[in-house]
Ligand binder design. Structure first.
Ligand code: URA
Length: 248
């Protein structure tokens, strides 16, 4: 037996708090009857659970995974030339997962996977302004005034960039290591922005995306989001995609 709100959260329908709201507002039925009391326990194997009249299907829960992508892998599901893809790095026996956004072949760091299409859309849509944090090694050491240009936004061939945040972390052998935060996710955006001010990128590593951080995952390792990370993800989904609060 499992608490109804916990079950709904586990099934990816809503965060636990939001699940409570769904229950209290009469949107959840157990075996055909509306259940409004919090704390009701259900048997996921035997009870029929519906939200807004649609069945929550057991065994079809959403899956979420964070990978520390090594260099030398494509962020696609399949490559016609047979090159290694990030899918090769995922553990077996998972449902089919898709990378949320892309990292270049040589870029390393946080890549998030899910089969929750609504969440993927929320995380990648430029309007939703999910922050991506990168550690960037460039050739040379840009001046603060040069970085300010990127912070304000510059013109690339596909249009102006939104404001970014950039700090110099350290200088190593004359090359700067920067921490750069952007909200957009255009193709090769970080590399193109730095090249535009005259500092080609030597190495690029993503540290964070929205509420997700890499933590101490080694290259090639993956983990499921923590409870608090998952809570934040579901909050984002509910905030920007309220229509997606539905059974899976
Ligand atoms: N920006 C880039 O230029 N490349 C990446 O892989 C990610 C962001």
């Amino acid at each position: 037996m499992e608490r109804l709100n916990k079950y709904l959260a586990r099934a990816g329908v809503a965060s636990r708090r939001r699940a409570d709201l769904l229950i209290q507002t009469g949107r959840v039925k157990v075996n055909g009857s509306i259940v409004k009391e919090l704390g009701v326990r259900i048997d996921p194997g035997n009870d029929l659970i519906e939200v807004d009249g649609r069945q929550v299907v057991e065994g079809n829960q959403f899956e979420y995974l964070i990978l520390n992508k090594p260099a030398g892998y494509l962020s696609t599901v399949r490559d016609p030339f047979g090159r290694p893809t990030v899918i090769d790095l995922l553990p077996p026996n998972l449902p089919r997962l898709y990378p949320v956004g892309r990292l270049d072949f040589d870029t390393t760091g946080l890549l998030f996977f899910t089969n929750d299409g609504d969440l993927a859309l929320v995380l990648t849509h430029p309007r939703h302004l999910v922050e991506k944090v990168y550690q960037v090694k460039v050739a040379g050491a840009p001046k603060d005034s040069e970085l300010k240009k990127l912070e304000r936004g510059i013109i690339l061939e596909d249009g102006p960039t939104a404001p970014a945040k950039i700090a110099i972390d350290r200088i190593e052998n004359g090359n700067a290591i920067l921490i750069m935060t952007i909200r957009e996710g255009r193709k090769r955006q970080v590399k193109r922005m730095l090249k535009a001010i005259g500092y080609p990128v030597l190495a690029l590593h993503r540290l964070a995306m929205g509420p997700l951080t890499l933590g101490n995952l080694k290259p090639g390792e993956c983990r499921r989001p923590s409870e608090s990370e998952l809570r934040e993800l579901l909050k984002l989904k509910e905030q920007f995609s309220p229509g997606s609060v539905k059974p899976v």
